[in-house]
Design a protein around this ligand. Structure first.
Ligand SMILES: *Cc1c(COP(=O)(O)O)cnc(C)c1O
Length: 428
């Protein structure tokens, strides 16, 4: 085996160090596989129950009327996620648009949106209007409030009670951490807090930004009782095969609202051609439990390896997981660049290019993104990204196979050693 890693540019002592850590993770990996097995059967049963047939994969053009395969896939998402309805469309360009759609379609002027998981993901600051932006919710007279998590990363009941007011219409929860180092929020916590929120104000809708969370646990926030959730198909549920798309899942009413805004009032979900994309949407969803498990193994391995080398990692290697993101505090810009170089050079596509920090729409500082993806920007594929600011946290995620995820992390260690950021003696 080592010979193969040697051709991949890995030195003996780096390989041996990584191998020792991997050997210690067997039980963790078995637990991850057990979840994947459970979720694989859940998806399979949903596909069988809905009687998927070869003709469903054909797709549509133009208006996309009577696209039975598209409609059936939406039933499969709803059944898998334990909710009434879902909208799964290539016309939803990314995760931010899926969340935007969920919010804009279910809020009306005069309503207030309350985030109870602290500051939302960077791109949503423009959507909400926390940062002045053309077309934001603020422009439509929808106000924003925020309840921060407690210092140890749990919902702050006192603050939530204070912040819910007459105008509160949606209470939003971001499951994954975004560019932060807080705890991620488990499915059970989303369910518990939904009960709390509804006991305070009955007619409030609870929304979850589910990006990076799908299939990590055996249930989803919609199973736990939230009204709607949204995510990106170039993250977990597309299984690495979907080349574009997003979804919204939840109650019939929430999803109908979203459909009316995605296309047009009165037309709603009846239009929207799936073009030739349905085979990849179906097959990607089918593979997603296993692909997500591969990404999880990479994340757990990265945590264990960098923890052992003395870095702060979020979450730690032995914490329960609810998303696929692994943050590592690298403490210097040089270390960050070196780590990203490692991920890039481990890619199947564009392995020979060097990632460089640059401004990105929706982000307020330069961002570095390392990924040689089959699908551009897909972060269910092996990737790492980071805003260029102290303390230089890198966010690692993805890996279509666990072997690729693991070899990518080994490559980052090799780069940090080559660049003399980590001393070889640390591998003893
Ligand atoms: C990725 C992500 C988003 C936005 O998704 P894009 O597809 O990049 O627009 C929103 N929220 C969270 C928590 C995310 O991880």
């Amino acid at each position: 085996m080592y010979e193969m890693y040697e051709s991949f540019g890995i030195e003996r002592d780096v390989y041996d160090y990584a191998k020792t850590i991997l050997d210690g993770l067997k039980e963790r990996f078995e637990a991850v596989d057990a979840n994947a097995e459970y979720n694989q059967l859940k998806v399979l049963c949903a596909m069988q129950k809905n009687r998927v047939s070869e003709a469903d994969l054909k797709g549509s053009t133009g208006y996309g009327y009577d696209d039975l395969g598209r409609d059936r896939l939406e039933r499969i998402y709803a059944d898998t996620f334990g909710c009434e309805d879902a909208l799964v469309r290539p016309q939803i360009a990314c995760g931010t648009q899926a969340i935007t759609l969920a919010l804009f379609s279910n809020l009306r002027p005069g309503d207030e949106l309350l985030y109870i998981s602290g500051k939302p993901y960077d791109t949503l600051e423009s959507v909400i209007g926390i940062r002045d932006c053309l077309g934001s919710l603020a422009e439509y007279g929808i106000t924003y409030a925020q309840a921060d998590l407690t210092p140890d990363g749990h919902f702050d009941e006192k603050s939530i009670r204070e912040k819910i007011c007459d105008r509160t219409k949606i209470v939003a929860i971001q499951r994954s951490k975004g560019y932060d180092t807080r705890r991620s929020i488990s499915v059970k916590e989303t369910g518990d807090v939904t009960k709390l929120v509804k006991s305070i104000k009955k007619d409030v809708l609870v929304f979850v930004d589910n990006c990076y969370g799908e299939f990590v646990e055996r249930t989803e926030p919609t199973d736990a009782g939230v009204d709607m959730m949204a995510g990106s198909l170039i993250k977990n549920p597309g299984g690495g095969l979907a080349a574009v798309g997003g979804y919204i899942a939840g109650t019939k009413e929430c999803v109908e609202n979203a459909a009316a805004r995605l296309t047009s009032p009165g037309i709603g979900r009846e239009v929207g051609a799936s073009l030739g994309l349905l085979p990849s949407f179906y097959q990607g969803f089918f593979l997603s439990p296993v692909v997500t498990a591969s990404a999880l193994k990479g994340a757990i391995f990265a945590a264990a390896l960098y923890e052992r080398l003395g870095f702060d990692v979020f979450p730690s290697s032995d914490e329960e997981r609810t998303d696929i993101i692994q943050a590592v505090t690298l403490r210097s810009k040089e270390a960050l660049l070196s780590f990203c170089k490692g991920i890039q050079s481990a890619s199947a596509v564009d392995s020979f290019v060097s990632p460089a920090p640059s401004p990105m729409p929706g982000y307020d500082c330069d961002v570095i993104m390392a990924a040689g993806d089959f699908v551009s920007g897909s972060s269910i594929e092996l990737s790492a990204d980071a805003p260029l600011k102290s303390p230089y946290n890198v966010y690692f995620q993805g890996g279509l196979t666990s072997f690729h995820a693991v070899s990518g992390i080994i490559k980052t260690l090799q780069c940090l050693i080559n660049d003399k950021i980590i001393d070889r003696s640390a591998l003893k």
